[in-house]
Design a protein around this ligand. Sequence first.
Ligand code: SAH
Length: 289
Amino acid sequence: MKPLHTPVMLAEVIHHLDHQPGQKFLDCTVGYGGHTLALLANGAKVTGIDQDVDMLEHAQARITEAGYADRFIALRSSFAAALEGERLPLSHYAGILFDLGVSSYQLDTPERGFSFRYDAPLDMRMNQDLAVTAKDLVNGLGKKELTLLFTTLGEEKAALKLAQKIVDARKVKPITTTTELANLISKTVPANGRIHPATKVFQALRMAVNGEREELKTALPAALRHLAPAGVLAVISFHSLEDAIIDDFFRDTPTLTPLTPAPIGASSSEIRANPRSRSAKLHVGRYNA
Ligand code: SAH
């Protein structure tokens, strides 16, 4: 059976985290547990954070099945809140990993509403306890706010036109499903090659619903405070808006020495095997306390 989520750049992450048995690691995005399982298999202790209760349950089950439960601690939280708060049970980690965004498992669970490939309520919350869904944004924001959202978080050129269409359509009836929104977008902007015309708007909504840029901006400096001297920070990002935040952080943090001259991408064989890795960039740095 195809795994529900394939860890991205696993060999590169493990290589740079350079771990020894018994060391402590923090996986801020435990997801389906791919990277964490590889660390545990090599004898590490791992604390795993995820804000999605379903993902944590899956990860915990896989880890228990593999026989590593005694070296794993699960923490349900947003990573920014966990890193800034007092609940982290271990500190002075030898390495901290962020593998940003959503997992394939979340994307492929129709009722989570992340994907225009399935007909489902427009939800997109990673944390099921958040109050505001994508549906609330699509039906509640004004035309100007929608335009700004699609422009800044989606880099969508047709932002104004799309915002106008949405405002017109919801006067007749609220837009409540992924398909309704995707169809409205398809009718308004032409398809561009193999990329669905709704891709950018869906990305923008997901980032807004989950406050993704704010989370990352808060979490990166907070993560440094949890690293042991000479500990490694590894961040995998999937689009340019995240890359910009990480690049700025690396540039402005003299205590963080990049371990590669530039962020590294997945190998061509990995991209062939797992197309999701196509846009991945791994940023790694060593903390000199
Ligand atoms: N490395 C994992 C996959 C991670 S996918 C693996 O190989 O299996 C990213 C995961 O991070 C998702 O489960 C998502 O719910 C979680 N996530 C994303 N942003 C988060 C945040 N700000 N706080 C906590 N968890 C987050």
